[in-house]
Ligand binder design. Structure first.
Ligand code: MLT
Length: 331
């Protein structure tokens, strides 16, 4: 009997100890996030990816009750940031926002130090954004027709700014250069934020950039707009013809964004960060602001891990052969 009681007491003590050990685990799972979360932006501050990250990050900071810190990790057309996040600790405190570059980089870079289709957890798509072909204010062309004539006579004296191999401004610029058949000189920057500053200062002639960055400058008249890259005209710039309408048949570039985490990030962190992102996109002030800048919030099925993963797979298959066949995408 005495032995039985001792055994019961020992079992009770062991149970209590186990419960104590389990407590911090349960508590930490319940309290994610317990510290600031880093959202890595692959391009310079002030550009379209940065603006979207900061707009959403500010709202998500409130709902997650922890600061979403924006870290601009620039260089190599966004691939340095993606490689950094692929190698980061999969603890739920590092995420990446990136665009079409996740699908184009495998075809553009011979030695990409990460695999976009294998090295990440997928959180959600974010927004879709049209692009615009714009020029410095004093460029001697008032519209696309005059721009074409100017390009034919000035040729490679005309500079086209972009954000590096793998950037959408580069992709759009190279497609434009190919479509107009003029060998424009390209000038790389670490994001279209600095590229836009160079255009505003008259240091470069042309830039293909997202409406989230260009709309305000177009409306203020500080840059010239020559066309939009969508199949139909934009509600925000209804008087501006598409490039396809103006003779560049089939010219279409729409930028899509996604949020990624290092492979192995706990599902709870992916789910919570994704839920905060979806809530931020539905915040009325954010939705109005994004719409004013020409951005479109994807349908709910795309705002999911699977929605991003399957889209990335499709886009990788779509861009790969186009880029490889074009060859001249590498400057
Ligand atoms: C940026 O945020 O600077 C742009 O998205 C870069 C790019 O053109 O891809």
């Amino acid at each position: 009997m005495k032995t039985l009681n001792m055994m019961r007491r020992a079992a009770a003590v062991a149970g209590a100890m186990l419960a104590c050990l389990a407590l911090p685990l349960a508590a930490s799972a319940q309290t994610y996030p317990s510290k600031a979360i880093t959202l890595v932006v692959p391009f310079a501050a002030g550009g379209p990816t940065d603006v979207v990250a900061r707009t959403l990050g500010a709202v998500m900071t409130k709902s997650l009750n922890q600061t979403v810190v924006i870290e601009n990790k620039v260089g190599a057309g966004g691939t340095i940031a993606a490689a950094t996040v692929a190698r980061a600790a999969p603890d739920g405190y590092t995420f990446l926002i990136h665009h079409n570059g996740m699908a184009t980089a495998p075809a553009l870079y011979r030695k990409l130090p990460y695999n976009p289709l294998a090295d990440f957890e997928y959180v959600s798509q974010v927004i879709d954004v049209p692009m615009t072909v714009i020029g410095r204010k004093d460029l001697p062309a008032r519209d696309f027709k005059e721009l074409l004539a100017y390009l034919k006579t000035s040729g490679d004296k005309v500079n086209l700014a972009h954000a590096g191999l793998g950037a959408v401004s580069h992709l759009c610029g190279m497609l434009f250069r190919q479509a107009v058949g003029v060998d424009l000189t390209t000038v790389p920057y670490q994001g279209t934020g600095p590229a836009m500053n160079a255009l505003l200062a008259g240091q470069v002639d042309l830039l293909c950039d997202q409406t989230t960055s260009t709309t305000a400058h177009i409306k203020a008249g500080s840059v010239k707009l020559f066309g939009v890259t969508t199949p139909s005209r934009l509600k925000t710039l209804p008087d501006t013809p598409t490039l396809a309408e103006q003779g560049l048949k089939g010219f279409e570039v729409v930028v899509w964004h996604g949020i990624y985490a290092p492979k192995g990030t706990p599902k709870e962190a992916v789910d919570k960060f994704g839920a905060a992102l979806r809530a931020a996109l539905k915040d009325p002030a954010v939705a109005v602001r994004l719409a004013e800048l020409g951005a479109v919030i994807p349908t709910d099925d795309k705002l999911t891990p699977l929605g991003l993963q399957s889209w990335l797979q499709q886009e990788t298959q779509r861009y790969g052969p186009v880029i490889k066949a074009a060859g001249q995408f590498a400057d």
